[in-house]
Design a binder for this molecule. Structure first.
Ligand code: ME8
Length: 628
């Protein structure tokens, strides 16, 4: 027994939460609840990341101040966590005074200690990731992390002396095998650290971005959003505000994150803590992604699965169970509703739900619904009791290893053993023979007690269903108040209680309900499509349109023809990077005048809320070629 402090990433409030956010938060909740089950004192913190360019841009699009935008979006996260039964002890917002105060103080302290210096920065910047890159980091001009276009930047900035901690960090990772998990992620970071580690730019000039925590030593700058955000992990337990409380909880037992934010957590954060003189977290756990049709899910990709839709359709607990069960920690998993329903019907419906149902129904039918008083050492209990002991030990180990899936494996072995026990004991035959009354009672008691243990063990994953199971068993108290050790003396279910058979806890889902085809109102005919004259063109010159930050005037070659088009891509592409590139244009669009400049066509680009990428042929082809 000890303390267990677990965090989720604090999510950006630029978008509404999707299943990826739900996954991390549910996993953290399950881990928190498993540790409470093991008797640990738990602090579970989640929250929102509200500063920075992404949030600023999202707010601008809605004509709101960033604060008003954040105030509204934060409600969506809070509401979702309530619906999903998330038991967080704290919810931190980076715009709260308790946090901005800590960030300001840390900045000043490490600046005074010489850990931060000013320098001129020249390089490349990925707006969606809010990350700086050097020329050699880029892959074909794009961000090496996310593959999206970068922009060139040159300005004075403040830098944190991260590079000087490189050797220390490598050594720390190598001597602390639990520091970065799973192994694959640890190797990724060690690989990354084979290259020289530069210093970290931690400022943004206010002329470019005002939405952030001001640097205490230069009023013209705000703090880089990641430097601000990571600090939430120490703000929440009381860093600089309540020393005793902070020392009680810190270091964190587990920062649970997705693999997309590994470098910030495994490189920036440890070196920041080192510079502050604070201890390192015990574990940074980087899980894989939920994919849909093998691509990462996200609202901007248009393939986000909305957590509430599934929770509404199949129930919150089934949704929680599925997410925990279906992803092997560290690996990516393809999300499929069909797989969800299959697992639900087999594991929750047939195996667990059925076990409860037959146990309470037989108790009602053969024993008048009263929990019998039995000899707890009866020989017939052998296999089932032994399996329970093994399960408790395995669950304890899985909790230590922070592996809920291993706990569920062990729990399901017990569920299956109990179902086998019914088949072997055949209580319906025992009930026909008065001389077998004692064995009938032992059998039914064993099933009810196993269900009681299962309700306690499964409470972390399916809290409301565990309570329903508890009620049907007529057990007293509540499954959440019972610890793992309390289960060890087998036979804690009180005799003389009354079972209360109810509706199936996981009623079967008819597979035909899954994925009904939606009517399509948005189709066009082939002849309508054929009207489009799409052509390959080459950009020969480009310049900015006066008075419009987003617009470029492009001179393009289209076969023999030269044309001028206006395109809203200035924020995404540097002029130099455009010259000579092939693009795809709509060649038969009526000309239009945009900001006083005539545009004779339109280029095609893929864009989402954040990014934009030009559509181009995959290889050289003559300009003017048709796109069919
Ligand atoms: O990165 N599958 O916030 P964010 C699984 N504010 N998990 C996913 C996922 C997917 N397809 N998509 C997202 C940020 N996630 C920063 C964090 S922390 C100091 C600052 C989860 O809103 C996963 O946990 O982009 C990922 O790391 C996180 O959401 C990113 O959330």
């Amino acid at each position: 027994m000890g303390t267990f402090y677990i965090t989720t990433p604090i999510y950006y409030v630029n978008d509404e939460p999707h299943i990826g956010h739900a996954y991390t938060t549910i996993m953290a909740d399950v881990l928190a609840r498993f540790h409470r089950l093991a008797g640990d004192e738990v602090l579970f913190v989640t929250g929102t990341d509200e500063h920075g360019q992404k949030v600023d841009e999202a707010a601008k699009k809605r004509n709101l101040s960033p604060q008003a935008h954040a105030d509204e979006m934060v409600g969506r996260f809070r509401d979702l966590w309530r619906v999903l039964d998330i038991s967080n002890d704290d919810f931190i917002r980076t715009t709260e005074a308790r946090h901005t105060h800590v960030v300001t103080e840390i900045l000043q302290r490490i600046y005074d200690a010489g850990e931060i210096y000013a320098d001129n920065y020249e390089g490349w910047y990925c707006i969606p990731d809010e990350r700086f890159w050097t020329e050699k980091d880029l892959i074909a001009g794009n961000c090496p992390d996310c593959g999206r276009p970068t922009v060139k930047i040159s300005e004075k900035n403040y830098f944190f002396r991260m590079g000087k901690y490189q050797d220390w960090l490598i050594e720390h990772i190598e001597t602390h095998p639990r520091f970065i998990r799973p192994e694959k992620r640890r190797n990724e970071i060690l690989g990354f650290l084979r290259q020289p580690l530069g210093d970290l730019c931690i400022s943004r000039p206010k002329s470019r971005l005002e939405w952030g925590i001001p640097l205490p030593f230069d009023e013209n700058y705000v703090c880089y959003v990641w430097f601000d955000a990571l600090i939430n992990y120490i703000t929440a337990p009381g860093y600089l505000a309540d020393v005793a409380r902070f020392e009680h909880w810190w270091p964190a037992s587990c920062h649970l994150i997705g693999k997309d934010i590994l470098t910030t957590h495994c490189v920036y954060w440890p070196t920041m803590l080192k510079a502050m003189g604070a201890p390192q977290p015990e574990t940074i756990m980087g899980h894989g992604f939920w994919l849909v049709d093998e691509t990462k899910m996200g609202k901007s990709l248009g393939n986000a699965v909305r957590p509430l839709d599934l929770a509404d359709k199949y129930g919150v607990d089934a949704f929680r169970y599925f997410l925990v069960r279906a992803m092997t920690l560290g690996q990516d998993s393809d999300f499929s509703e069909v797989a969800f329903v299959q697992r639900y019907n087999t594991e929750l419906g047939n195996e667990l739900g059925n076990l409860l149902n037959r146990s309470v129904v037989m108790a009602a039918r053969y024993l008048d619904g009263v929990v019998p008083n039995i000899d707890r050492n009866h020989a017939a209990l052998g296999a089932l009791k032994a399996r329970t002991d093994l399960t408790l030990a395995a669950v304890g180990e899985a909790i230590d290893a922070m592996n809920p899936n291993a706990a569920l494996d062990a729990i399901w072995r017990l569920v299956r053993e109990a179902n086998r026990f019914v088949e072997v004991q055949t209580p319906w035959n025992l009930a026909k023979d008065a001389s077998k009354r004692a064995e009938l009672e032992v059998t039914i008691y064993a099933l009810l007690e196993t269900m009681r243990q299962l309700a306690v063990l499964l409470f972390p994953v399916i809290p409301s269903k565990a309570r329903e199971i508890w009620q049907q068993l007529g057990a007293t108290g509540s499954p959440e108040d019972i610890h793992l050790d309390d289960l060890k003396p087998w036979g804690g279910l009180d005799a003389n209680g009354e079972v209360a058979p109810g509706d199936p806890v996981f009623p079967r889902i008819e597979e035909v309900d899954v994925a009904k085809a939606e009517p399509r109102e948005d189709l066009i005919s082939f002849s309508e499509f054929q009207k489009l004259d799409l052509r390959v063109a080459k950009i020969e010159a480009a310049d900015r349109v006066a008075g419009a930050d987003r617009l470029l005037r492009l001179q393009i070659r289209l076969g023999d023809e030269q044309r001028q088009i206006v395109a809203g891509i200035a924020e995404h592409y540097a002029i130099d990077a455009l010259i000579g590139r092939q693009i795809v244009v709509v060649a038969n669009l009526q000309p239009a005048t945009i900001r006083g400049v005539e545009s004779q066509g339109m280029l095609l680009a893929a864009s989402d809320d954040r990014d934009l990428a030009l559509i181009a042929p995959d290889g050289e082809i003559s300009t003017g070629a048709e796109v069919r």
